[in-house]
Ligand binder design. Structure first.
Ligand code: TRP
Length: 425
């Protein structure tokens, strides 16, 4: 759900695009809906009539930002947001028409769309339950606060963390052939977990997409980069989508259904359990249609030392990444974790073929929060993340189970990482 400032910013962005400007000296942000509308010379009436029609009216807007949260208690605020954006869209289009004296049926680009999956859980309650459980765990997404996201960017360039570099080498060598085998020119390139969009634009010269659709949990992560990319690639229509696709892959109606190429690099599928991976792949399959394809990066099983080093690097960045999570949890769950009392561990579990990321208590320690506590004995561990490793055969089989057929696989000389291309079976 957008707060007031988010949608004001979205509106400013559109306004600037319509005027062909890049910057906008913003006056103090108006607070109420009335203030927001009068600020831009809009009538409250028009917004109201849209608001009474409810969220169903939202997709009707030809361009601009829509927020569509399903959470019940956000609904009223959401309608206001949609109403405001619709009214704002109309005003911007009118203004652009009169200014350029020409029809503006060409959409203002890029689009941004945030869809939130219904999430009734209170994160604090959820977190405290995970910490209290006999096998304590903290869900992996709490790794990625502001510090965690920066540390992860550093991890990807560490000498010990080979996946990112190895994947890039596979692209550098095999992209022309990958594009030829897949043959999806002029389609939609759907970049799952795009973040700072640093991989997919490198595919443009080979894949030649008509649409580029970066997907990330928050549309705000995409806004600045996609706006810049759109300027650099004016012939590619860009649609930034904010959605949590780990549970439910929602591809908005603006994305063309023909020739979809799903791009899922970084071995991120390794962070799902095999059964979660299976349901994720089935969702991709159902969104792919007959003529689509999936390109997916997989970290392969290799000697355990190399694997463990990648997740416990000599510079201690991954340790900091894992420990930082405790500070994030303290903020969200009101706990009093002391990172100095914990130690990062990354162990390869050969039976399950996965690296397990753990936080281990250095000595007996008690963690407290407003209405509870959990005592940890020395050496007791909290499980924070898994990273499953596959063999070429085991991953091919996983694709098959989800109704996908491998049409190509490219790997590096040491066979440390693989990129698969798959289509409907
Ligand atoms: N997708 C990455 C991977 O499994 C995530 C990752 C890298 C990670 N290093 C980490 C997650 C350390 C937790 C801790 O390779």
């Amino acid at each position: 759900m957008f707060g007031g400032n988010d949608f004001m910013n979205a509106f400013r962005l559109r306004w600037n695009q319509a005027l062909g400007r890049e910057t906008f000296a913003s006056p103090p942000a108006p607070v109420t809906l009335r203030e927001q509308l009068t600020h831009f010379g809009l009538k409250k009436q028009s917004a109201r009539s849209v608001a009474t029609r409810g969220p169903a009216a939202a997709p009707a807007t030809p361009s601009g930002t829509i927020c569509a949260s399903a959470a019940e208690n956000d609904r009223i605020a959401n309608w206001r947001c949609v109403a405001f954006m619709l009214a704002a869209s109309t005003a911007v289009e009118k203004h652009a028409k009169s200014r350029h004296n020409c029809p503006t049926d060409a959409p203002v680009r890029p689009y941004f769309i945030q869809t939130s999956s219904p999430d009734s859980c209170d994160p604090a309650v959820d977190l405290r339950a995970g910490i209290s459980s006999p096998e304590a765990r903290i869900p992996a997404w709490y790794l990625y606060d502001e510090i965690g996201s920066r540390l992860f960017d550093v991890i990807t360039v560490l000498p010990d963390y080979y996946p990112t570099r190895t994947e890039a080498a596979i692209f550098a060598r095999h992209l022309p052939e990958m594009a030829k085998v897949t043959d999806l020119e002029n389609g939609s390139l759907i970049d799952l977990g795009a973040g700072s969009c640093d991989k997919a634009p490198g595919l443009f010269p080979f894949v030649k997409p008509r649409q580029y659709v970066p997907v990330d949990i928050s549309v705000e992560h995409l806004r600045a980069t996609v706006t810049r990319l759109q300027r650099e690639h004016q012939d590619v229509e860009m649609i930034g989508v904010g959605t949590d696709f780990s549970n439910n892959l929602v591809i908005p109606g603006q994305v063309r259904t023909e020739r979809r190429l799903f791009f899922y690099p970084g071995s991120s599928i390794g962070n799902f359990t095999p059964s979660e991976a299976n349901s994720f792949l089935q969702q991709v399959r159902s969104q792919m249609r007959k003529d689509g394809a999936l390109w997916i990066g997989i970290d392969l099983v290799k000697d355990h030392t190399t694997l463990e080093r990648a997740y416990d690097d000599v510079l201690g960045v991954t340790a900091a990444f894992n420990l930082n999570m405790l500070l994030n949890v303290n903020r969200i769950a009101g706990t009093n974790f002391e990172p100095a009392h914990w130690q990062h561990r990354a162990l390869f579990n050969a039976d399950d073929s996965r690296i397990e990321m753990l936080l281990e208590a250095k000595a007996k320690t008690v963690v407290r929060w407003p209405d509870g506590e959990r005592s940890f004995s020395a050496g007791e561990r909290i499980h924070t993340e898994n990273s499953y490793k596959y063999t070429p055969d085991s991953f091919r089989a996983l694709l098959e189970q989800a109704g996908l057929r491998t049409i190509g696989m490219w790997t590096d000389e040491r066979q440390w990482f693989a990129f698969f291309a798959a289509v409907l079976a």
